[in-house]
Design a protein around this ligand. Structure first.
Ligand code: SF4
Ligand code: SF4
Length: 192
C-alpha cells in the first residue's frame, strides 16, 4: 500500500525516474527507513497533504505524478529541519526543491498556483541579477498574476502598500536592481 492507501505497482518507468533523480541530485531516497523524524521536525507538516516522509516514500516508489501534483512540495518553506534530523542524511529539503523545479520545468499545473508563481519569479529575478530585488519581485509577481486573470482586491492592495511602507521609509527598497559580483556563481548554483 502507498501512503495514500492504494496498492502500488512499481513499474520500470517509475523506477527509472526515481533512479535518475537520485543519480542527478545525489539524494539517496533509497536509504529512507520511514522513521518519521523529518515529518515530526517539520514546522509546516500539519498543513501538508503529503507529509515529508510520505513524499520520500513516494519518490522511492517512483510515484512521480502523485508527488508532483501534491501541494506539500509548495507548502515546504525550505527550513531544512527535516534534512538536519534525518538519521540517514537524506536531504529532504533539497528533494522538495528538486520536485518544485520538476513541476516548473515540465510546465505541469502546480497544486498551489500562487506559491508556484512566486517561486518561479523569485528564481528568475535571482538568476538575472544574482541578488534579490524586492520591488522587481513584487512587480513581476503582481503583473503575472494579473495576466493569469487574478485581480487583486482592495484589501490586497492596502495590505501590500502597508507592508511596503516600512522598508521604503528605511530605504531598503531599491528601485533599480543591482547586479551581484557573484552573479555568475549564483547562476551556476541555481542550475544545479
Ligand atoms: S527522517 Fe530520513 S529516514 Fe526518517 S523518514 Fe525522513 S527521510 Fe526517511
Ligand atoms: S525543508 Fe520543508 S519539509 Fe523540511 S522541515 Fe522545512 S518546511 Fe518541512
Amino acid at each position: 500500500m502507498n501512503p495514500s492507501g492504494s496498492t502500488l505497482q512499481v513499474g520500470g518507468r517509475e523506477r527509472l525516474w526515481s533512479q535518475a533523480l537520485a543519480a542527478d541530485s545525489g539524494i539517496q531516497v533509497g536509504s529512507c527507513c520511514q522513521c518519521l523524524r523529518c515529518t515530526n521536525s517539520c514546522p509546516v507538516g500539519p498543513f501538508m497533504d503529503l507529509k515529508p516522509h510520505q513524499v520520500v516514500r513516494l519518490v522511492q516508489l517512483g510515484e512521480k505524478e502523485q508527488v508532483l501534483q501534491s501541494s506539500a512540495i509548495w507548502i515546504c518553506l525550505s527550513f531544512e529541519m527535516c534534512s538536519t534530523y534525518c538519521p540517514n542524511e537524506i536531504d529532504v529539503a533539497a528533494l522538495m526543491g528538486r520536485l518544485k523545479n520538476a513541476v516548473v520545468s515540465t510546465r505541469k499545473k502546480p497544486a498551489e498556483r500562487d506559491i508556484a508563481l512566486f517561486h518561479r519569479v523569485f528564481l528568475e529575478v535571482l538568476h538575472a541579477h544574482g541578488r534579490m530585488n524586492d520591488l522587481q519581485l513584487l512587480r513581476r509577481f503582481k503583473l503575472e498574476s494579473l495576466l493569469q486573470g487574478r485581480l487583486p482586491g482592495q484589501e490586497d492592495l492596502a495590505e501590500d502598500l502597508s507592508l511596503a511602507w516600512e522598508p521604503w521609509k528605511r530605504r531598503r527598497l531599491r528601485v533599480l536592481p543591482e547586479r551581484s559580483r557573484g552573479a555568475v556563481e549564483i547562476r551556476k548554483v541555481l542550475l544545479q
